[in-house]
Design a protein around this ligand. Structure first.
Ligand code: RIB
Ligand code: CA
Length: 276
């Protein structure tokens, strides 16, 4: 393990099968990552489903004690765009979907982010957004003083040379809320972006998904079902052997940065087009 110390993190997500696997990956590293809370946002599917799905995954991972918060149900300035065509009507199709027992926290996710950061030391908390950046952008706009509390932001989103997955240039998380993305990219805190250029190299090939299923646990069966379901869209669209496992690249980076990723310093640019 490269990072000896335990990192306090907040995962901001829109489960989504790949968000779900990212949460499970983080839950599998309790000595390295201290998950302060999971905040959810509308994205892959509407907020009512992303927050429910996050609670299902926490129960699946044996962590019904984790606080899950619902956040923004629409982008800052644009109509919401969802992706049921990739993730299915429930958002984590392929998994066992049910009404979870664990409660949803009553506090709004944006207020949880602000309150948690304002109570923390400077440079202390890592944000791990794997969804449209509406919650994080809104929190930074509502309380700019939280910026100094952020150790770094490790996010999945954007596309540099790879091209987009919604338009020829736009990746889904940035496309859904470009205004929030601009706020985050310009917040001045250390920012690690895992774009499609990276995630399109992390493919859920049939052999890898079968190996996961062969573990035989309830978690493994649900992950196999989710990846089988969600990989179909990219396999058909790109003709690749497996679907890209986007969001788990963030926690994988936190756990094994030097062994897995070659970092490139670059200027992040958000092009906000008028055509939507
Ligand atoms: O473009 C991929 C991103 O959009 C991932 O975070 C996926 O979950 C969707 O939200
Ligand atoms: Ca996501």
């Amino acid at each position: 393990m490269l990072n000896a110390e335990m990192k306090p993190i907040i995962i901001d997500c829109d489960p989504g099968q790949d968000d779900a696997v990212n949460i499970l990956l983080a839950l599998a590293a309790p000595k390295e990552l201290d998950i302060l809370g999971i905040t959810t946002v509308a994205g892959n599917v509407p907020l009512e489903k992303t927050e429910r799905n996050a609670r299902i995954i926490c129960e699946l991972g044996g962590r019904a004690d984790l606080p899950v918060f619902a956040g923004c149900r629409a982008s800052m300035k644009r109509p919401l765009v969802t992706a049921e065509y990739v993730h299915g009507r429930e958002g984590i199709d392929g998994a066992n979907v049910y009404d979870p027992e664990m409660p949803l926290q009553s506090k709004h996710a944006v207020d949880f982010i602000i309150d948690t950061l304002m109570a923390a030391e400077d440079d202390s908390i890592t944000l791990v957004p794997t969804a449209p950046l509406t919650n994080v952008g809104t929190a930074l706009e509502k309380e700019p003083r939280i910026a100094s509390k952020i150790r770094e932001i490790v996010m999945m989103g954007g596309a540099f040379r790879e091209g987009g997955n919604v338009t020829p240039s736009a990746e889904f998380n940035v496309y859904v809320d470009p205004h929030a993305a601009k706020i985050v990219f310009e917040c001045g805190r250390p920012l690690v972006v895992l774009p499609l250029d990276v995630t399109h190299q992390v493919l859920t090939t049939p052999a890898r998904v079968a190996a996961i299923g062969a573990l035989g646990t309830n978690v493994a069966r649900n992950v196999q079902g989710m990846l089988d379901y969600s990989s179909r869209y990219d396999v058909e669209k790109y003709g690749v052997e497996g679907g890209p496992l986007h969001d788990p690249c963030t926690v994988a980076y936190l756990l094994e940065a030097d062994l897995r990723f070659q970092s490139v310093r670059s200027a992040q640019v958000v092009e906000i087009h008028r055509n939507r």
